[in-house]
Design a protein around this ligand. Sequence first.
Ligand SMILES: [Zn+2]
Length: 413
Amino acid sequence: MINKQEITDRFISYITIDTESDPNSETTPSTEKQWDLARKLHQELTDMGMSDVSIDENAYVMATLPSNVDHDVPVIGFISHFDSTPDFTGKNIKPQIIHDYDGGDIPLKGSDLILTPDYFESLTQYKGQTIITTDGTTLLAADDKAGITEIMTAMKIMIDNPSIKHGTIKVGFTPDEEIGRGAHKFDVEKFGADWAYTMDGSQIGELEYENFNAAGAVVTFHGKIVHPGYAKGKMINSMYIAQEFIESLPRMETPEHTEDYQGFFHLHNMKGAVEKTELQYIIRDHDRGHFEARKEVMMKLVTDLNAQYDREAVTIEIKDQYFNMREKVEPVMHIVDVAEKAMRELGIEPLIKPIRGGTDGSQLSYMGLPCPNIFAGGHNFHGPYEYVPVESMMKATEVIVKIAELIAMDANG
Ligand SMILES: [Zn+2]
């Protein structure tokens, strides 16, 4: 049903358009070049025969595949982002296509890097498949152009094969996901889906509906500078107060000591002098109660230090960043179940695990569009070792079609 050459060509036509986003830009999209791919997708959706194809002033692309059944079916959506991360260059991507992968080392020929299963164990499961890699000088942007490729291919298959029965399907492509702004200007009402899936996960089988609750904290310590020779009883060194603060938080509850469902405090920046020291933290926890408790621990520490120094020696500002989508998905758990069922029917073992981060889907879920995340097939995102097996993209495409079929079938009773 899926033509391997066609899906490969489609993927390559997307990754060879540079769409790196820029966190320092205020505009949407953050970079002008993201329009290049947005416009191409808009054109392709139109040419393919999708309905209501639109592109708004912020480059969000949307389209509709109308239902081909008589009964009422929930409207579902599939979403991917077309920007690539600013962490590594995505300019002039020269992909290598490895046919019938032998399970050994893959030299990335534009560099001296080697993609080896000794280090990247995940490679071994793709022996015999077709693997697309970089040449070592760029990332691949399979994150998330694999997702776009899969959604586009799935729509084409459903248009070309009317015997596949489905309800109304919505498609959305967004800019700036990599800089945390993919969902910001997403018009949920216009999209008009009951729920959606981001096709933005990694290895085959991944299915995610839990992510961190997230906040950022800036803690400022105020000292008093006095000539060191005459400082006794007068100088207050803000760096020592900051040190007390750092040491009062549990050292093992940090990113380098935690995994799975374990939350953390992460000190990611500090700058200080006697007069003033500033610490920047991020706070992460899947459990909402624990998340709130972490914030309270920090605030209590500030109160205690101020009491100890008998002055306002410390101030803190905490801002929530995003929340665990689980809260919004659990009441409609059938949307995860149907994705799981689709995978099993296709012989894919679902890998359901909590995301140690956020996705566009977590924000969309709180904007009224419950939105779990499904694998797009790539590995080693955001760097030169990124790769994607073509077979995984084909499977993800089949998952999209299967979900559409199952939902239309369920709705028929
Ligand atoms: Zn992504």
